[in-house]
Design a protein around this ligand. Sequence first.
Ligand SMILES: NC(=O)c1ccc[n+]([C@@H]2O[C@H](COP(=O)([O-])OP(=O)(O)OC[C@H]3O[C@@H](n4cnc5c(N)ncnc54)[C@H](OP(=O)(O)O)[C@@H]3O)[C@@H](O)[C@H]2O)c1
Length: 301
Amino acid sequence: MIARRTLLGSLAALPFASTSAFATAAALHTRIIPGANQAVPVIGVGTSRRYAEVSGEEQLAPLRAAISRFAALGGQVVDTAPSYGMAESVIGQLVEELRLRDKLFLATKVGADSPAEGRAQIEQSFRNLRTKVIDLIAVHNLRDVTNQLAILRELKAAKRIRSLGVTTSNDPQYADFEAMMRREKLDGIQIDYALDNRDAGERVLPLAQEQGVAVMINLPFGRGRLFKAVQGRPLPDWAGELQVRSWPQLFLKYIVSHPAVTCAVPGMARPEYVEDNLGAARGPLPDAALRRRMEAFIDSI
Ligand SMILES: NC(=O)c1ccc[n+]([C@@H]2O[C@H](COP(=O)([O-])OP(=O)(O)OC[C@H]3O[C@@H](n4cnc5c(N)ncnc54)[C@H](OP(=O)(O)O)[C@@H]3O)[C@@H](O)[C@H]2O)c1
C-alpha cells in the first residue's frame, strides 16, 4: 500500500470521516470503507457499457489511458460486474498490464439465481480480474440476496474478499432494499443518487449513515440526463465557491458532500473524463445551504 494512503487512512479514524482537513490542496478527499478498513478517494470509476465490448487495440487504448491516468492521479475504486459484458476481463487485463493491483480497490458484483450459479460466477470474477483477493463484492440489484450474501460471508471469512454489500439502481426496489439493510450486516451498499435524482437521500442514505456502512453511488450523472439539462448553460456564479471548472465536477461535488456517501463511480472511459471528474475530489465541498441552492437550481430548469 502506498505511503500517502496509509497516512491518510490513519488520520481518518472514523468511518466516513473526510480526511480533507488534513490533506494538502492537491490531495484527494478520502473516506473509509469499513470491513476493508481502507480510505479511498471519493471518486471512483464505473465500467458498465463503455468497457463492455472491446474487440481490439483501438477500443482498448482509451480505456488503458483512462485507468492509467486514474491510478496516476491517486484514484482507487473501480466498479465492475459480471453482467457488464467484457468489463471485468478488460479491467483484469489492464490492471495486470499496468501493474496496478496494489494501487486499486477492485469492486465487482454477483448476479445469480442460485448458490451454485453464484459460486461459479464469483470464481469466474477472480479469473477475469486476475487477482487472488477482490476488495468488494456486492449482490447485484438484490438478486437472490440471502443466499448470495451467505456465500460472500464465507469468502470474507476465508479472506478471499475484503468486504461485501448489495446494490440497487431503481426506486421500486428501495422498500425491499431498506428492509434488507435492516436485516443483514453489510460493509457497504451501492445506490443511484444524483442532483436531479435525490430519492435515495430520503431514507436509504440516512439509514446507511446511521449504520456506518460505506455508500457507493451509481448513475451520478443519470447517464446523459444531467448533461442534457444544463446543455448550453454557463456554470452559475456560486460554482466559484466550490472551485469547480465543469458541470461534471459540480454534479459530483453535490453527491460526495452528502454525509453518508463514501464515493461516486461515474462511468469514465476516456482520460479527459478522469482528469475532469477527479477534480471533484479536491477543494471545497458544498455545505447544507449550498446543497439546497444546487437542488433549487436543477429543479428550476
Ligand atoms: N445496479 C447497479 O449496481 C448499477 C446500475 C447502474 C450503474 N452502476 C455502476 O455505476 C456506474 C456509473 O453509471 P453509468 O456509467 O451508467 O452512468 P453515469 O456515471 O451517470 O454516466 C456516465 C457517462 O457520463 C459521461 N461522462 C462521464 N464523465 C464525463 C465528463 N467529465 N464529461 C462529459 N461526460 C462525461 C460519459 O458518457 P459517454 O461515454 O457517452 O461520453 C459516461 O459514459 C456504472 O459504470 C456502473 O459501474 C451500477
